[in-house]
Structure formats: C-alpha cells, structure tokens
Design a protein around this ligand. Structure first.
Ligand code: MG
Length: 369
C-alpha cells in the first residue's frame, strides 16, 4: 500500500454550553486541525489534534503537516506506522525546532490517521487491532463541573449527571481565586451526589505548591479520587512533594508532549494516574509507550480526551492499564460512529479503524478556512 495524498482540514465545533471556563482557559468552540491520508488501496485514514479553536495557531499545525511532514509520507507504506512515526519524530530539521508543541500535535494527527488505515486494512476496530477484547470502560463526566458555573448550576449539573445520565463519576474544576470557594463547591457536590460516586478535581495547572497542599488537606475527608494538574505542567519536583504531602492521588499528563516527560514523572513518584493524550503526545504510537510504562509500574492510565474520546475509547479498550475514560461530547456530530456513553459505560465501537472517520458533511458544517 502507498500513500498518495495528504489533505488537511480545520474544524471549529461549538461546545455544548454557552461557553466554559476552567482556572486557566475559556472557550466557546473545540478545534480539530487534522489530516486525511489517502492511499492507492482505496483506504482513507483520518486523524486530528484537539485545540481551543484559535485559527492562527490551528493553521500552524496544518501547515506543519502540509509542508514539513507530507513530503516524508507521500509514496510510503502507511502500514509501517511505527517506522514512519520515528522518521517524523527524528526528522532533523523538525526535531531541531520541535520535540514538543506544534510539531508534536501535527505528528499526532498523522500517526492517528496511519493507525486508522492500519486497523481498516485489517478490517478491525483499533481496540481489536491492538489486541484488546470487547469490554466495558467506565465513563466519568467532565462536561458539568466548569468553574464559570454558579454553585447552584454546578450542583444541579453534577446531580443530573448521576441521576439522569447514569454516570458513576464526575470531575469538577478548582483553582478559584479564593480557596474556600473551591472547598464550598466540593462539599456541596459531594453532598449532592452521595458517597458512592467518584469525584475528581482538576486545577488545570493553576495553583502553587502551598495552596495545593492546603486544598488537599482541607478536602481530605471528601474522598477525592484524584487531584488533576494541581501545579504547573512541567514542575516534576513540586508534584513529587505534593504527592508526599497530601492523601489525594495526583493525575496529570494532558500537557506532556513526550513519553520521556512521563518517564520523569514516574521515576519521581510524582503522579498516580497517567493521562496521556494522542492529540498532544504524537499519536497512538507514543501513547502505547506511555501506557506500557504506566502498566509496568502498577499505575492506571485514564487518558485526557483532546480527541473527544474517538480514538481514546479504542486505546482504552485495547490496553489493560485502562479502566475508565472521561466523557466530553463536543465533537459527536463530526464522526460516522461517535463515541457514546450509556448508563455510565462507553459502548464498544464496531466500525473498523481508529474512530476518526469524518461524516461526509463534517467539513462543510464545521470547517474553517
Ligand atoms: Mg484536565
């Protein structure tokens, strides 16, 4: 099989609310700058990254694909996906300016598209192609705990997630200007959802070490499942100190670009739940590397879903380190088989490929120039 064409696209899709905020970001749309890889076998692969729908920076990603990596790929066999990943990852002019950031987001979109082709060529969903068996992955709801929600909205939304939608886990944002506000919101949500529901918190890298220790101690009796991105993303030493200082487990990884970054956190005992994201990490190839590292250390993998679960439901089913996945339904209208949660569990995808096949009208509806 040979790659015959590389075409890029950018989708901007409205989020399901009026607009959402965490401690660090505010957005109204989710961005999916991506790539369509065509082959001489008639199999087409789709892959994309996940962004905050900022068109100038989305264009940097698609231009990187078009001008820096497409020349490497044209005429090559897409089934040699790990070899092509290494070639892109170590392409000297790009490793000089990349090894993170835009370059890794571009490689991630391509690598997912190549795995999409590889699984389609085998006529298998990716989870099966990875060696997994059809199994239930528990869904926890992230699209309900935003920091811009009033206390009343936050509580009613979390209650609805559990009582009406059937989720057995929710995550809410913290990192308010006043730490007592976070505690008040946490106590109210825990009271509303009861003791049996998984409750996680996420500071999106906002806090400093003493504040995070204080929050961890004040929340110690609320059975918090994990404290996600409490501190600045790259600060390994402070995460290690926090992990020693509080009883709540640490989760992070959505902002890490390389498997080596995860290795550094693992070696420092600075995280408990690994959250690699194919959309940032460079695709499925390095995601598997991180999952294997976590698995060998007895640490669960609960991916961040910059792809809005489309590929991560496959990697979650396909790798034994995963038992749970977050649910954010922002890109559902873009795909032929949108990732779906029912009664608190994800349905097992049935279509061959990596879950990324666009609906025929997706680019016409959500594409931006
Ligand atoms: Mg997060």
């Amino acid at each position: 099989m040979k790659i015959t064409a590389i075409k890029t696209f950018i989708l901007h899709v409205p989020v399901t609310r009026e607009g959402i905020s965490d401690s660090t970001h505010s957005l109204t749309h989710w961005g999916a700058p991506g790539v369509i890889v065509e082959t001489d076998a008639g199999i087409t692969g789709y892959g994309y990254s996940g962004t905050h729908a900022h068109l100038p920076s989305d264009r940097l990603i698609t231009e990187c694909i078009d001008t820096c990596y497409a020349p490497i790929l044209i005429g090559r066999d897409p089934l040699e996906v790990t070899a092509l990943f290494k070639e892109m990852d170590r392409f000297p002019p790009m490793q000089w300016v990349g090894r993170g950031g835009i370059a890794q987001l571009a490689i991630g979109a391509i690598d997912v598209a190549l795995w999409d082709i590889k699984a389609k060529a085998a006529n298998q969903p990716l989870w099966q192609h990875m060696g997994g068996t059809a199994r239930k992955i528990r869904a926890y709801n992230t699209d309900g705990g935003w920091l811009n929600f009033s206390l009343e909205t936050l509580v009613s939304d979390c209650r609805a997630s559990v009582e009406e939608k059937g989720f057995t886990g929710v995550k809410i944002k913290v990192g308010s200007p006043n730490l007592r506000t976070d505690i008040t919101r946490l106590e109210a949500v825990r009271k509303a959802i009861g003791p049996d529901i998984t409750l996680a918190i996420d500071a999106n890298g906002k806090m400093d070490l003493p504040s995070a220790i204080r929050l961890g101690n004040l929340a110690a009796d609320l059975d918090i499942f994990w404290f996600e991105e409490p501190l600045w993303y790259d600060d390994v030493a402070s995460h290690a100190r926090l992990a020693e200082a509080i009883s709540i487990p640490i989760a992070l990884g959505e902002q890490l670009y390389l498997p080596h970054n995860f290795a550094t956190f693992f070696d420092a005992h600075a995280l408990h739940y690994a959250q690699p994201d194919v959309a940032r990490l460079g695709g499925v190839t390095p995601w598997i590397q991180v999952a294997e590292m976590a698995w060998s250390r007895g640490l669960p993998v609960v991916s961040h879903v910059g792809d809005m679960m489309q590929t991560h439901i496959h990697t979650a089913i396909g790798h034994p380190s995963c038992t749970m996945l977050e649910y954010i339904p922002w890109l559902r209208e873009c795909f032929t088989e949108p990732a779906t949660a029912e009664d608190g569990y994800f349905l097992v995808p049935q279509e061959p490929g990596a879950g990324t096949t666009l609906r025929p009208d997706a680019i016409a509806r959500f594409g931006v120039a």
